[in-house]
Structure formats: structure tokens, C-alpha cells
Unconditional design. Structure first.
Length: 244
């Protein structure tokens, strides 16, 4: 029994020594496998610069959309209230001046309605509605179409990363093909890992761009709905002015 216990203790000590040896041997490998941002940028090559430029463009567009699609930028509530009040009083010249001083999507729609009334003396309701709805559709397309740029970036960025991966793997396998005698699996694996850097960075650019695109798209849809509601109010006010 004592001999058995001594054998178990010896095995446990040997296992502990082996585990410590394995841990100490793997530590330099992990440290060697770690990669700084500067090294990753150098490994990615020229594609990293392209992805960096695209990421800056995406950030600039996000900041622009935060201002362009903010509440009140498309349909300012104060402007709509003043326009409706002036139209009901028949003061169309004042409405024109208000819209000139505050350029926005609502101003474009109202100015289109005023130009239609001025150029067509006997303008009926159907013609006025068609002119205003056409201008509203153009403004809606402009509002929603701008957000598509973020979708383009979210689509192009991972493709550029994949291109960098393919070029890196081609370089790694090409080095093996030219010198088979000195080829080592470690060298090949290092080349492939370096090539994957571009794919990772491409995804880092694409995922936030796609998330921002989804958010701004919903915001643009809400703004277009507000513009449609305001356009209906303006048409109703003009029709009511003509009825009097």
C-alpha cells in the first residue's frame, strides 16, 4: 500500500513538472504570435491604407447624417406653422420669403407649389397635387439615397479585406513553391495569419457601417413620412385658400 501511494505521488509530481514545462514552452510562442497594430498595418500592405481611407469616409458620413437627418432638419416645425398661417391669410409672397430664408425639403415643396400657382393661373387641384408630389418624391429620394453610401462602404470593405487575404496567401504559397526544400509549415502559417489581417480590418469597417446604415435608413424613412404629412397640410391649406 505504501509503495502504491509512493507511485501515485511520483506520477502527480511528474505530471505537474510536465505541465509546467509545457506552459513555459508555450509562453514564448504566444508572445511571439502576438501582433501590434503597427505590425498588422505593415502586414496588410497597401490595402490597409485603402481601408483606412474608407473608414475615415464612413466616419465623416456618419457625422454628416447626424446633422442632416436630425429632427427638424427636413420639416422644421416652426417653418411649417408659419407657412400654413400665411397661406390661410393669402400672403403667398411672405410664404415665398419664409421658404427662401430657410432652405430645406419642406421649403422646396412649398416653393414648387407657389411656382405652379404662379405659372398656371387656372391651376386645378390635380395639377397642383401632381407637381407637389413629384417634388416631394425627388426630395424623398435624395434623403433616402444618401444613406446608401454607408451600405456601399459596408459591402466594399470586407471585399477589400478578402482581396488582401487572397494576395497574402498567394504570396505565402508562392514563396513555398519557389523554394520547396526550405519550406516550413510555421512559415506558411505565419504568412496566412498575416494575410487574414486585412479581412479582420475590413470587417471592423463593415460591421459599424452596416449598423449605422440600418439606423439612418429608419431615421430617413421617418423624416420622409413627416415630409409627406406636411405636404398634405400645405396642399389642403392652398385648396382652402382657393375655395374662399
Amino acid at each position: 500500500m505504501k509503495r502504491f501511494m509512493l507511485m501515485v505521488c511520483a506520477l502527480m509530481m511528474a505530471a505537474g513538472t510536465f505541465a509546467q514545462a509545457v506552459g513555459s514552452s508555450e509562453q514564448p510562442v504566444v508572445q511571439a504570435a502576438s501582433m501590434s497594430l503597427k505590425q498588422a498595418w505593415e502586414y496588410g500592405g497597401w490595402i490597409m491604407w485603402v481601408l483606412g481611407a474608407i473608414s475615415i469616409l464612413a466616419l465623416a458620413m456618419v457625422l454628416y447624417f447626424l446633422g442632416a437627418l436630425r429632427l427638424g432638419a427636413i420639416v422644421p416645425r416652426a417653418l411649417l406653422t408659419d407657412v400654413l398661417a400665411k397661406i390661410r391669410k393669402g400672403e403667398l409672397d411672405d410664404v415665398h420669403r419664409l421658404c427662401d430664408r430657410r432652405p430645406c425639403a419642406l421649403s422646396s415643396v412649398v416653393l414648387t407649389a407657389l411656382e405652379t400657382l404662379r405659372n398656371v393661373p387656372q391651376c386645378d387641384v390635380a395639377l397642383l397635387r401632381d407637381a407637389v408630389e413629384s417634388e416631394g418624391a425627388r426630395e424623398a429620394e435624395s434623403i433616402q439615397g444618401q444613406t446608401e453610401f454607408l451600405l456601399d462602404i459596408a459591402t466594399i470593405a470586407p471585399l477589400l479585406g478578402l482581396l488582401g487575404t487572397v494576395l497574402g496567401m498567394l504570396t505565402a504559397f508562392g514563396s513555398v513553391a519557389t523554394n520547396v526544400a526550405n519550406a516550413k509549415p510555421v512559415v506558411l502559417a505565419a504568412g496566412v495569419s498575416q494575410a487574414l489581417v486585412t479581412t479582420i480590418f475590413g470587417l471592423f469597417v463593415a460591421i459599424p457601417s452596416m449598423a449605422c446604415y440600418a439606423w439612418f435608413r429608419r431615421r430617413a424613412v421617418k423624416q420622409v413620412a413627416r415630409l409627406e404629412a406636411a405636404t398634405s397640410e400645405v396642399i389642403t391649406a392652398i385648396i382652402g385658400m382657393g375655395a374662399r
